[in-house]
Write a protein that binds this ligand. Sequence first.
Ligand code: GUN
Length: 167
Amino acid sequence: MNKSANYFIEKLNLQKHPEGGYFKEIYRSKEIIKPNALPPYFDGNRNISTSIYFLLKSEDFSSFHKIKSDEIWHFYQGSPLTIFLIINGKIVKLLLGNNLDNGESFQQIVPKNSWFAACVNCPNSFSLIGCTVAPGFNFNDFEIAKRKELLSNYPSLHEKINKLTKK
Ligand code: GUN
């Protein structure tokens, strides 16, 4: 029998994420990188790498946000998912999933410092994925988009922005 979203949330002890969905950090390297070895937009020490489980239900979405590291998304279970990037003022879609004949990939790369959001492609389902970042994740490097600001910067993307930001 297929496992449910709630099965994975309980089994993996996932917690609510501020961007939407549920997550649990499963790896944080002990090694630290000092600011002088990092790009200037980092404000302090960072772990070399981190990794999380992330689960998104189809009735939810990951709202537009950005981080300062490239983020590698890995597909594990459930429905495919679409990542929406804003690149040069346009929406670029990345398909994460296991149906290679449908243009999906097991891994997708979200470029650093780019606004992005995600949603599950099939109704009444969920996607269970992993996210790995280097330098490691730190909430100081994480920003959730304000709908008004994103709309004023990208008025032509209003449909996607209204759908994939929280009020
Ligand atoms: N740890 C807490 N939140 C996140 C996130 O959004 N991405 C990654 N990679 N790690 C996190």
